[in-house]
Ligand binder design. Structure first.
Ligand code: TGC
Ligand code: FAD
Length: 394
């Protein structure tokens, strides 16, 4: 088993902490301490085994990582959007897969049930999802419909008080061990609806997708529906159409924008410490201008992303953040993080490829993060559409 000592310290070049409340800092520091104690020692091993460490689920619930902004009456923590972002930052500082498990549960499972579910659905699912007793997943992507989810073929027909669901979803985070899945499917008129499918329903299976070189500490699977009979009571009544799942993506993409800063901070932290300690040609490599350029540019880009993302959090708290603003932050921050991971890995020389350090794992993880929740290209096209009014998707 690979045990790594986690020496991480936060970096706050522009005194961003002054923009946080005492509660924000307490939430962030609690998440950081929990990650250092419970996750950092085992994360390399989990990534090597390609398995999410499920014993962490209750702990994630305790630090408020599942539905931080869901009201307390449904088991959530009733926190604001900045608090949600800070928790995602601390989780992804350790591993993108850890953040994925929490952000899928929060933004893609609890959020649609809270926003669009019936009171019975909220009472039944949300409290158990908040503690981690139940884990959910979100089925939008299909084998032939990734960037273009509106083309989905998964569909259902009505049959008395039930629907009969057929189709398949692919690339679904948490699917292999989820108790329930929020699945997006077309009705007989071709209108998209959210349906809560529960493990144990006949004809529903969740095979694991094997062979990933990225996001290995997160379980990814398929969702297969072979004439699955689901009660109509499991359809989310509050909203239909593609806008319903896309609105959930807004929330998850916002969490990723914060999370990517965490991954970048960890790479920078490791790179800076290594540069100060590693001696070549009789002096620390931190004294060479080429290494200083990498480090100085990294903290500059991290600081810019911190400012952008905090502002986005304020706008979200006020209900004013647009989808296009969220796209810009997701795209910028993930690109920033992947670039910093590559640069910091080089500072470590050969040691940069070893699992004794987290950078190579972050770099590989970020290849998923730059693809899921809308690819880097798709987010650019969202910005392009927003500023020009011209749709370049189709
Ligand atoms: P389009 O015609 O633009 O829109 C269809 C309807 O949706 C509305 N809408 C939105 N509503 C809420 N929030 C948003 N962000 C919205 N964007 C669009 C829109 O107004 C319209 O409403 P209405 O009433 O007129 O019907 O749709 P399109 O088919 O042209 O597609 C647009 C596009 C390409 C931007 C969209 O399909 C897209 O974002 N594609 C990327 C797919 C994606 O991101 N999939 C993610 C799957 S989940 C995942 O990856 C989880 S990873 C695990 C983890 O998070 O850790
Ligand atoms: P495609 O859509 O086939 O894209 C291939 C390439 O074409 C990309 O470079 C893309 O940018 C480009 N492209 C596509 N359309 C255009 C266009 N109009 N103009 C220019 N370029 C274009 N999905 C879920 O529903 N739930 C999950 O929990 C989930 N978890 C995931 C976990 C992992 C580890 C991964 C890798 C993916 C996950 N996804 C999930 C799926 C993810 O959202 C999709 O992979 C993503 O939306 C891209 O779809 P695709 O892979 O089919 O690529």
């Amino acid at each position: 088993m690979i045990m790594r000592t986690d020496l991480y310290q936060g970096h706050d070049y522009y005194n961003m902490d002054e923009l946080l409340t005492e509660e924000h800092k307490l939430i962030r520091d609690t998440a950081r301490a929990w990650v250092k104690q419970e996750v950092s020692p085992i994360i390399e091993d989990a990534a090597e085994r390609c398995e999410f460490p499920k014993h962490l689920l209750p702990g994630l619930g305790e630090i408020g990582a599942f539905g931080p902004y869901i009201p307390e009456e449904y088991g959530g923590a009733g926190l604001d959007q900045i608090a949600y972002g800070l928790i995602m930052q601390e989780l992804e500082r350790c591993d993108s897969g850890l953040r994925s498990t929490a952000s899928v549960q929060s933004s893609l499972v609890m959020y649609p049930i809270w926003k669009y579910g019936s009171e019975e659905q909220k009472q039944k699912f949300l409290p158990k999802l908040a503690t981690g007793e139940w884990i959910g997943c979100f089925g939008l992507t299909e084998p032939d419909h990734g960037s273009n989810p509106g083309g989905m073929v998964t569909s259902y027909k009505e049959d008395g008080d039930d629907i009969i669901l057929n189709g398949a979803k692919m690339w679904i985070s948490n699917a292999p061990f989820a108790q329930c899945a929020v699945v997006w499917a077309k009705n007989e008129e071709g209108r998209i609806h959210g349906v809560i499918v529960e493990r144990g329903m006949e004809g529903f299976s969740t095979p694991t997708m094997k062979g990933k070189w990225s996001l290995r500490a997160s379980d990814t699977g398929e969702l297969i529906f072979d004439n699955v009979r689901v009660p109509k009571a499991n359809i989310l009544p509050g909203r239909s159409g593609l806008g319903a799942p896309l609105s959930c993506l807004d929330s998850a993409r916002y969490g990723i924008a914060w999370g990517a800063i965490g991954a970048a901070l960890d790479c920078y932290d490791v790179g800076l410490r290594y540069a100060k300690e590693r001696t070549q040609f009789g002096r620390p490599i931190a004294g060479f201008q080429l290494q200083q350029k990498k480090l100085a540019e990294a903290i500059t880009e991290i600081t810019k992303a911190q400012l952008l993302t905090h502002r986005l959090g304020v706008l979200r708290n006020e209900g004013r953040a647009t989808s296009a603003q969220i796209s810009m932050a997701k795209r910028n921050n993930v690109d920033m993080a992947i670039h910093i991971a590559r640069e910091m890995r080089q500072i470590l020389g050969g040691m940069g490829i070893m699992n004794e350090y987290p950078i190579m794992r972050h770099m590989a993880n970020l290849e998923s993060v730059i693809t899921y929740e809308g690819t880097h290209d798709i987010h650019l096209l969202i910005t392009g559409l927003d500023i020009t009014g011209e749709n370049a998707f189709k």
